[in-house]
Design a protein around this ligand. Structure first.
Ligand code: ADP
Ligand code: MG
Length: 344
């Protein structure tokens, strides 16, 4: 819906629009850029264009829904390229579906733009649309308004009752796995802000920050072996902390088992700072909780994935998370994690 001041009441009682936020071309803009973005799905009887989309949830499936906003200056640096932003806005949402073990289907997009910059919108749609097509996701609706740059995406996916990977499912003795490598996005941000010279690793790190890959294939391959999962958006300790709180358990991690990229290994060697892989956010890897008797089965599936799957620790009774060094001594790392409303 447009802002109220832009609606006028005509003398004959019908409503009109005094001054579109996107002048004259708002509807063409939507038609041109947003009406055919992503996949074409047979479970969308009516997509972009009417007051609502009409969507058909397949029989026997639950709808998994999640929404995330990206605000300039809070979630991304001003001036970041629009294609990366389009990719990331969708990727972080698809990551939530992956963490739930849900298969993606539909997406809506609320865009607030300071001005109509068609080159920007086109690049944004390229990044968004390519990722959507790759995962068979259809853009089915949204809203376009003027204001400080912000992007809100809501995803919808399907999961059969009882098969979702919930945060409250961990039990003492369960194994903790993570996909990929940890800390790369945090190190990228530090390097881009001039706090670290990443040298030859900079481009690879920047890609991890700006073009995260949702771990959907991994989640769906492991869904029926794992008990629960979370995606690492706020840092391993913070996100594993959510699993522990919801499940009333604690955890012990083995520092030496934390998977590091070449760039992170070089950083840790140079600085002895483990806060990047343990507490920095924005990686969008999965942390999976697996019953111990399924270790062999999980690792067999792990062999078939494109990414490493690393066993990093165990769920314990009690509420604390400990991280042990190679000699078995606890190391102190602030749990960290970004909290938008924490007092400074
Ligand atoms: P209304 O005033 O009825 O909310 P809008 O002008 O906001 O209608 O939107 C018209 C149509 O375009 C709707 O189907 C809406 O879902 C779609 N739409 C608007 N902006 C976007 C967008 N950024 N992405 C996808 N669909 C959009
Ligand atoms: Mg609207």
């Amino acid at each position: 819906m447009r802002f109220v001041p832009h609606h006028i009441l005509r003398a004959d009682g019908t409503q009109g629009i005094a001054n579109n936020i996107m002048p004259a071309s708002e509807f063409q803009l939507i038609e041109h850029y947003f009406s055919r973005l992503g996949a074409r799905r047979s479970d969308v009887p009516l997509g972009v264009g009417d007051d609502c989309a009409l969507l058909q949830v397949p029989p026997g499936q639950q709808l998994a829904v999640s929404i995330d906003s990206l605000v300039e200056g809070t979630h991304f640096l001003p001036g970041v390229d629009a294609e990366s932003l389009g990719h990331k806005a969708l990727a972080v949402n698809l990551s939530d579906l992956a963490a739930m073990g849900a298969a993606p289907a539909w997406v809506t997009l609320a865009l607030t733009l300071p001005r109509v910059d068609e080159a920007w919108i086109e690049a944004f749609c390229r990044g968004f649309g390519r990722l959507a097509a790759r995962y068979q996701v259809q853009l089915v609706g949204g809203d376009t308004t003027r204001g400080p740059l912000s992007i809100t995406v809501q995803v919808h996916g399907f999961v059969e009752p009882g098969r979702a990977l919930r945060r409250d499912a961990a039990r003492p003795g369960d194994l903790i796995y993570v996909t990929g490598t940890l800390g790369d996005a945090g190190l990228a941000l530090l390097a881009l802000q001039g706090g670290y010279d990443a040298g030859e690793h900079l481009a690879a790190l920047q890609r991890r920050l700006e073009r995260p890959e949702p771990r959907l294939a991994e989640a769906l391959a492991l869904r029926d072996l794992a008990r629960g999962a979370i995606d690492i958006s706020d840092g391993l300790l913070a996100d594993l902390g959510h699993i522990c709180e919801h499940s009333n358990v604690g955890a012990t991690l083995q520092q030496a088992a934390i998977p590091l990229s070449a760039a992170l290994a070089a950083y840790v060697r140079a600085t002895a700072d483990w806060s990047m892989p343990l507490a920095a956010g924005d990686d969008y890897e999965l942390c999976l909780i697996v019953p111990a008797d399924r270790q062999a089965a999980v690792e067999a599936v792990g062999q078939t994935l494109d990414l490493p799957l690393s066993l990093i620790g165990r769920i314990e009774a009690g509420g604390a998370i400990h991280c042990l060094d190679a000699a078995g001594n606890p190391i102190a790392v602030a749990r960290g994690g970004y909290d938008h409303f924490r007092n400074p």
